[in-house]
Design a protein. Structure first.
Length: 410
């Protein structure tokens, strides 16, 4: 196997999962990926998501006593995101944000949330989750990156959770979150009081049919059509007090953990997108003859292909190394630390920039054929841009890198 060298990080089971997903992507996703942008009602998307549910992906992170497999490995999660994103990163997002929403409740072993909702998510039918963090900004700032800027300690969160008797009462507005509008269960990032900072951060689970929820329009994006992103409005939404993930301080740590893992898996997604574009252009430049020989036999073309391969391999090593560190807290400290956020931000910022550059170069090498839907590259190009923009964007990501090295005074 040409990429057997990855066994530095991957277990035998990881290789088996990777090969299974690679087969699924080639059989179920590649033949229909050009139709996904037109699949407004998500008929194709849901069929593929159901296929992934049949493979056991939906239930895998749940504890065995709830019918899951207790999957925890960040290395395995990275491989999964890379493989699915070679097929379609929108579908990868829709599939895996469900797990992201569940991580806090599973990590906190919140029996009330698990008892009520886990049986549905470990069953045979597709269920979707949403980790609802981002908010709109206001005239005085806030929203967007300010929510996930851990230095701001949740002081910019404006979705307020008030405890009234045995219930949380939620009011506020969210935007952009993946699966928002189609999810069955929402993990809402709230604050009990913005002035409390991290102490106020509260992760509260809300089912889709709770009274007081309404949704905005289906956002029309440049790419990532496999993912739906409606705004969400909460007006006096009531849920039992036990549906808070854990409690003061611990919820902040769980939130930080989700920011760390979010950076990590989206780095892997960018690698999968770039890999898909690379495979397409490698074949194309072998077939297309210019000035009497295949494009890839011209030294100028070979140099570009080499740069693409260097970027992809370097990004893959970077996310796998960060995932390995995340999986070994006994050696590298708590997964939600500033140190780990810096490491996963390095992987994410580098991989996102690399994917934008690789898909751009792939298009150059294919000329007009790179620009048409039939050859797949333009979809990778459109889909990968968001990885630079989400999860803190390019700039906050870089600030988080610095924070792992020195006391950045910002
Ligand atoms: C397809 C898609 C899926 C998404 N999925 C989710 C999801 O599942 N859950 C969720 O909660 N959100 C989700 N988002 C939202 C996304 O994470 C946010 O849009 C993103 O974090 C940035 O917020 P913003 O777009 O408002 O940018 P802004 O906050 O307005 O940032 C604009 C620019 O300012 C920079 N910047 C930010 N802070 C600083 C600073 N301190 N100093 C200097 N520069 C700074 C940014 O890096 C960026 O370059 C999704 C968005 C999309 C489009």
């Amino acid at each position: 196997m040409p990429d057997q060298y990855l066994d530095v990080f991957l277990t035998k089971e990881d290789f088996m999962m990777r090969d299974m997903l690679r087969g699924f992507v080639d059989k179920e996703m590649m033949p229909v990926r050009q139709q996904i942008d037109e699949d407004k009602d998500h008929v194709i998307v849901r069929r593929i998501l159901q296929g992934l549910t049949d493979l056991g992906l939906q239930k895998s992170p749940f504890p065995p006593e709830y019918g899951g497999m207790g999957a925890k490995s960040a290395v395995s999660a990275g491989i999964l995101h890379e493989e699915l994103s070679r097929g379609d990163s929108g579908i990868c997002t829709a599939c895996n944000v469900t797990g992201w929403a569940w991580i806090p409740a599973i990590a906190a072993n919140n029996k009330a949330v698990l008892d009520r909702f886990a049986p549905e998510f470990t069953g045979k039918e597709l269920r979707m989750g949403c980790f609802n963090m981002t908010e709109p900004g206001g005239p005085h700032g806030g929203g967007g990156c300010d929510i996930e800027n851990l230095n701001l300690q949740g002081r910019k969160i404006r979705t307020i959770a008030k405890l009234e008797g045995d219930e949380w009462v939620l009011n506020g507005q969210k935007m952009w979150a993946s699966n928002c509008g189609v999810a069955d269960l929402y993990c809402m990032v709230c604050t009990t009081d913005p002035n409390l900072g991290d102490e106020g951060i509260a992760l509260i689970y809300v089912p889709k049919d709770a009274k007081g929820i309404s949704y905005g329009k289906d956002e029309h994006k440049a790419g990532m059509a496999g993912d739906k992103n409606h705004s969400m409005f909460l007006e006096n939404v009531r849920v039992p007090k036990e549906w808070r993930a854990a409690g003061p301080k611990i919820d902040a740590e769980l939130f930080h953990n989700n920011c760390v893992i979010g950076r990590l898996v989206t780095a892997a997604m960018a690698v999968g997108q770039a890999q898909g574009a690379f495979e397409t252009v490698l074949k194309y430049t072998g077939d297309r003859i210019v000035a009497d020989k295949p494009i890839r036999q011209h030294s100028i073309g070979a140099g570009i292909l080499a740069d693409m391969a260097i970027g992809i391999e370097t990004a893959r090593w970077s996310y796998l190394a960060a995932a390995w560190m995340y999986d070994h807290p006994e050696q590298y400290g708590p997964p939600m630390s500033q140190y780990m956020l810096s490491k996963t931000s390095i992987a994410k910022v580098y991989a996102a920039d690399m994917a934008v550059s690789v898909t751009n170069k792939a298009m150059e090498l294919m000329g007009s054929f790179g620009y048409v839907r039939e050859y797949d590259v333009e979809k990778y190009w459109r889909d990968c841009k968001i990885i630079q923009l989400w999860e803190g964007g390019a700039q906050l990501g870089r600030l988080d890198v610095c924070r792992g090295y020195y006391d950045l005074n910002l």
